[in-house]
Design a protein. Structure first.
Length: 380
């Protein structure tokens, strides 16, 4: 039976509307109807009680959640557990993210993502390989023993996913522009990150087809007056997307507000860079042999190096509204519409419109997620 979501404030292309019902059938949105007319249709009614209905959040950088890290066990069950943990916070689409690792682990991760998509594990859109072709000088919490320059065999491995989208974060000083060009030609979305590259090297990677920047400001050469660096290239470029972590720890709000002012609308997207503590009771985990502790939402090594985050997407949206002078409508698009466009999925995901996949999230005034839908299937 069709479903009708009524009595909510629905985010449409024109903004929030309180006079619409969303009709869902066979996993897709089939109509945005007059709220009164929807009650007369043969559909199961779901009363949103005045809450806000948004496109489901899409997180392109999810290392872990629910107490598990993708690197530790790159399996379908790990992906399922991570997805279930993040769904509680409104994430209806995500990329399991593999931190720099050996080729065998990468191979297992890619096979697991393919299998998860074949098995229709809710929310899986592809994979994000964050490294291992990154720079030791900007390694963050990555294990430098895993870093290397890709040869032809590894390029084939990176391009081997059969289902979904592949995002690869690399450092331009480690990967020549001709290799970037080949990866892009073979369907990989290349992002610049964990890099000490110059402004000129970053632009060369963009010219070769790189589409975005991984967690803007973090683990990249900064913007300086006579050396614009990767941050300068990212802020100046009109066509690339930038992921930002709005958790109050990774980047100062003033720097994020500067990015909002500099980038064209639609080119900033919220990411969590989430680790196992999201949706789990434990506030510690092990990464590259080091114990990471989360205190007050900050995940760090014993030496104080940031190692991912304990951020969820609902909190990211809330923080964006509260600290970046961004309206709820725009913050929600930064968490859904713009990531969908970045992934090349804007025709099917990230919007509440007729014909779109029914991936939705209902939030209340406190930004608490009340319910979500993935392909029209409602959460418990």
């Amino acid at each position: 039976m069709a479903s009708a979501l009524i009595n909510g404030r629905v985010l449409t292309a024109a903004g929030l509307r309180d006079d619409l019902a969303v009709l869902i059938e066979d996993g897709r949105i089939v109509a945005l109807a007059d709220a009164d007319a929807a009650r007369t249709r043969e559909a199961e009614l779901h009363d949103l009680a005045g809450h806000v209905l948004l496109p489901g959040f899409i997180d392109v950088q999810v290392n872990g959640g629910g107490g598990v890290l993708f690197n530790d066990a790159p399996t379908v069950e790990t992906i399922r557990r991570i997805g279930a943990a993040h769904r509680h916070y409104g994430t209806t689409g995500f990329l399991p993210t593999l931190i720099s690792d050996d080729a065998d682990v990468m191979r297992a991760a890619l096979a697991a993502v393919d299998a998860a998509i074949e098995q229709q594990v809710p929310g899986v859109l592809g994979v994000h390989l964050e490294g291992p072709y990154i720079a030791p000088a900007r390694r963050g919490a990555h294990d430098p023993a895993k870093f290397r320059v890709p040869d032809a065999q590894e390029i084939d491995l990176v391009c081997s996913l059969r289902h979904g989208v592949t995002v690869l974060t690399l450092a331009p000083e480690q990967v020549p522009a001709e290799v970037v060009r080949e990866l892009v030609a073979r369907g990989v979305i290349v992002c610049i990150g964990h890099t000490g590259a110059s402004y000129e090297a970053a632009h060369a990677a963009l010219a070769a087809g790189a589409r975005g920047f991984t967690h803007l400001y973090n683990a990249m050469s900064p913007l300086q007056g006579r050396a614009p660096g990767v941050v300068g290239a990212a802020l100046e470029d009109r066509d690339s997307w930038c992921g930002i972590i709005v958790d109050g720890h990774h980047v100062h709000p003033a720097a994020l507000r500067a990015a909002v002012a500099a980038k064209p609308r639609g080119k900033l997207m919220l990411v969590t860079d989430a680790m196992p503590p999201v949706g789990a009771a434990s506030d510690t985990y092990v990464l590259a042999g080091a114990t990471i502790t989360c205190r007050d939402g900050r995940c760090e090594t014993a030496d104080g190096v940031l190692a991912g985050s304990a951020l969820d997407m609902a909190c990211a949206v809330r923080n964006t509204v509260a600290t970046l002078d961004v309206a709820l409508e725009e913050a929600a698009r930064m968490a859904s519409t713009y990531p969908a466009d970045f992934l090349g999925l804007g025709h099917s995901h990230g919007r509440i419109a007729v014909g779109m996949r029914a991936d939705l999230v209902e939030i209340d005034a406190a930004f608490t997620v009340r319910r979500s839908w993935i392909g029209g299937a409602r959460s418990a």
